[in-house]
Design a protein around this ligand. Sequence first.
Ligand code: ZN
Length: 149
Amino acid sequence: MGLEQIYSEILSEHNNSKRNKHHIDNPTTVLKGVNPSCGDEIELELRERDGVIEDAAFTGIGCAISQASTSIMIDLIKGKTKEEAIELSKLFFGMIKNEITDEDQLEPLDEAIALKDISHMPARVKCAVLAWHTLENAVEGEHAANHEH
Ligand code: ZN
């Protein structure tokens, strides 16, 4: 399968739009994610209040898939609780590993479903999951950071 086939409108729209690609005010978590196999680098910024991801954005460089996947993820997690965000990430990993294929089950992933066919392209999987791994680390690593204060 060629890359062209997965370049849906959704992916190119997210690549062209900069609405999620910027810095946010007063982030509570900033975490970098790197995918050396492709050269993708993102820095995820989150602002949490009372367990809810109030705002999120990212900066970074990398291939179209990594950047679009991060932008799509940010649309999905804004306004969600940390637990809901982790649930979405589990669902996304399930889709990318081709373990969850049921469309009703995948529905909460919304635009991220555009990345479903990446599961057939092992070399690109790391690009697609970079944002979600970074999110998990950001949310779960928070406890440790708070103890230091
Ligand atoms: Zn990549």
